[in-house]
Ligand binder design. Structure first.
Ligand code: NDP
Length: 281
C-alpha cells in the first residue's frame, strides 16, 4: 500500500465519515474484482462501492484481505436489490452480502432503487433503520431516489437517509435534487461520475481545462465533483486509470473553471442510465 488521502472526508448526518472519493465496481466480474480492489487500495482509495446485484461482493471482500488492510480501514458500501425489498427479506439480503464480503457489518447500506412497481421501499427503510441501530449497517441511505421518494421514507420513519447515490456528471448535474439534499442534510453521491467514460471525456471544455492542469479530462471531471461536494465513485479495471482517478484529489479547480463545467449541464437530456420513476426492473 502506498498512501492514503486524508483530506477528503465527508461527515454524514449520523456523524460518521466517508472518504469523498471511492472506487466503484459495477460490471466488474467477481474474479476481476479481487485484483481491481487490491489495486485501488494500493493506490490509496479507502472506499469501495459494490451492490448485491453486481455479483462481486465476494471478490471485493477478497481484494480487501489481499491488500493487507484491516476491514476497519476500508469503507464498504453495498446495496439492497429490488427483489429483496420488503419487511421479510431485507435481513436475509444483508446477511448474504456480509457473508460474501467476509464481514460482520457494512459501512453503508443503500436501497438500490425506489422501484415504484414494487413499492416496498418504505417498509424496507424501516428495516434499514433497525439494522443501523443494531450496528449491522453503520450508516444507511438510498440510491436513485427522487424528492417524493425521500419525503415518503422520512415522513414514515423520521430518519433522514445519510446518502442518496444518484446518476450525476457534468452532462446531468441534478441541481434541484442536490438542493433538496442540502435542505435535508443528505450527502449527494454521484454514480457514473465520468459519464461511463463516453462522449463526456471528449468535451472541448474539459479537454481545455485538462490542458491547463496538465491532467486528463477524467481527472478534471472528478476534481469538479470534489469541488462541488459530491461523494464520487469512479470505476476502472486498469491500474493506470485507477491511480490517475485517485490523483484527482490533488487538482484544485479555479472558481471560473468550476463555473465553466457547471455550464455543461444538459439536465434530464444528459441522462445515461434508467429513470428511477419509470424503471421496471
Ligand atoms: P463511470 O462514470 O465511473 O465510468 C466508468 C467507465 O469509464 C469505464 O468504462 C472505464 O473504463 C472508464 N474510465 C475510468 N477511468 C477513466 C479514465 N481516467 N479515462 C478514461 N476512461 C476512464 O461509470 P460507472 O457506471 O461504472 O459508475 C461508477 C460506479 O457508480 C459504479 O462502478 C458503481 O459502483 C456505481 N453505480 C451505481 C449505480 C446505482 O444505481 N446506484 C448505477 C451505476 C453505477 P475501464 O474500466 O476500461 O478503465
Amino acid at each position: 500500500m502506498t498512501r492514503t488521502d486524508t483530506n477528503h472526508l465527508i461527515t454524514l448526518n449520523d456523524d460518521r465519515t466517508i472518504p469523498q472519493l471511492g472506487f466503484g465496481v459495477f460490471q466488474v466480474p467477481d474474479e476481476e474484482a479481487v485484483n481491481a480492489v487490491e489495486t485501488a487500495l494500493d493506490a490509496g482509495y479507502r472506499h469501495i462501492d459494490t451492490a448485491a446485484v453486481y455479483k462481486n461482493e465476494r471478490g471485493v471482500g477478497a481484494g480487501i484481505v489481499r491488500s493487507g488492510l484491516t476491514r476497519e480501514q476500508v469503507f464498504v458500501t453495498t446495496k439492497l436489490w429490488n427483489t429483496d425489498q420488503g419487511t421479510e427479506s431485507v435481513r436475509a439480503a444483508i446477511d448474504h452480502s456480509c457473508e460474501l464480503l467476509g464481514s460482520d457489518f457494512v459501512d453503508l447500506y443503500l436501497i438500490h432503487w425506489p422501484a415504484p412497481t414494487i413499492d416496498k421501499f418504505v417498509p424496507s427503510w424501516r428495516v434499514l433503520v433497525e439494522l443501523r441501530e443494531e450496528g449491522r449497517a453503520r450508516s444507511i441511505g438510498v440510491s436513485n431516489f427522487h424528492a417524493p421518494h425521500l419525503a415518503r421514507v422520512i415522513e414514515d420513519s423520521g430518519v433522514v437517509p445519510a446518502v442518496n447515490q444518484i446518476e450525476l456528471h457534468p452532462y446531468m448535474q441534478q441541481r434541484e435534487l442536490r438542493a433538496e439534499h442540502a435542505r435535508l442534510g443528505i450527502a449527494t453521491e454521484a454514480w457514473s461520475p465520468l459519464g461511463q467514460g463516453g462522449e463526456l471525456l471528449q468535451d472541448p471544455v474539459l479537454v481545455a481545462i485538462a490542458k491547463e492542469h496538465e491532467s486528463t479530462p477524467a481527472q478534471i471531471v472528478l476534481a469538479w465533483h470534489l469541488a462541488i461536494g459530491n461523494i464520487v465513485i469512479p470505476k476502472s479495471v486498469h491500474a493506470g486509470r485507477i491511480a490517475q482517478n485517485f490523483n484527482a484529489t490533488e487538482i484544485e479547480l479555479t472558481d471560473e473553471q468550476v463555473t465553466m463545467i457547471d455550464g455543461l449541464d444538459r439536465g434530464a437530456a444528459g441522462r445515461i442510465g434508467p429513470d428511477p420513476d419509470t424503471a421496471t426492473f
